[in-house]
Design a protein around this ligand. Structure first.
Ligand SMILES: O=C(CO)[C@H](O)[C@H](O)COP(=O)(O)O
Length: 173
């Protein structure tokens, strides 16, 4: 009998909706996370240290903001000496899947894209075939999708549709 070891090089994008992200940097690094995204609302006083620690563990730092948080709050984190490399604009209230996409959050995506043409901008919540064009045309290039993918009879087809929408916008810019 022989053992077959299959290794994947998947990008593990970890979004921590926790009040104390600093406590999770070490364990997430050890667990093999690729990206570590924390919330700006709980890191106003220590984001500099947090970003440094995330990078020191070989992860890519990202910052997320809730629908009610003004976009201006993340500007210093993108422009700082030790900047985050991704901004996640929540398109639902954080907490659980299956919620309705909030189109009003697209103003924040547009503002970010205008200010930072090459920044990775992620959106999360209610994304699927009926909402992807709004997000992609606003400037989002990283898409988190749960229900629309896992609830579809053909998940691969939905993923490819989401990807195409983003690529289409990128081609025309
Ligand atoms: O967890 C979430 C919010 O906290 C996300 O919205 C979820 O991961 C994505 O799920 P869905 O595509 O069903 O909105």
């Amino acid at each position: 009998m022989s053992n077959v070891i299959v290794s994947f090089r998947a990008y593990l994008d970890c979004h921590l909706m926790v009040t104390n992200p600093l406590d999770y940097v070490e364990p997430l690094g050890k667990a093999g996370a690729s990206g570590f995204t924390f919330h700006v609302e709980v890191s106003r006083d220590n984001w500099g240290e947090l970003v440094q620690r995330i990078k020191s563990k070989g992860m890519r730092p990202g910052v997320s903001l809730k629908p009610g948080t003004p976009i201006e709050e993340v500007y210093p984190l993108v422009e700082g000496e030790n900047p985050v490399e991704m901004v996640l604009v929540m398109t639902v209230e954080p907490g659980f899947g299956g919620q309705k996409f909030m189109p009003e959050t697209m103003d924040k995506v547009r503002a970010l894209r205008k200010k930072y043409p090459s920044l990775d901008i992620e959106v999360d919540g209610g994304l699927g075939p009926s909402t992807i064009d709004m997000a992609a045309s606003a400037g989002a290039n990283c898409i988190v999708a749960g229900s629309s993918v896992f609830g579809a009879p053909d998940s691969a087809q939905v993923i490819s549709l989401l990807r195409k929408s983003v690529e289409e916008v990128q081609k025309n810019n």
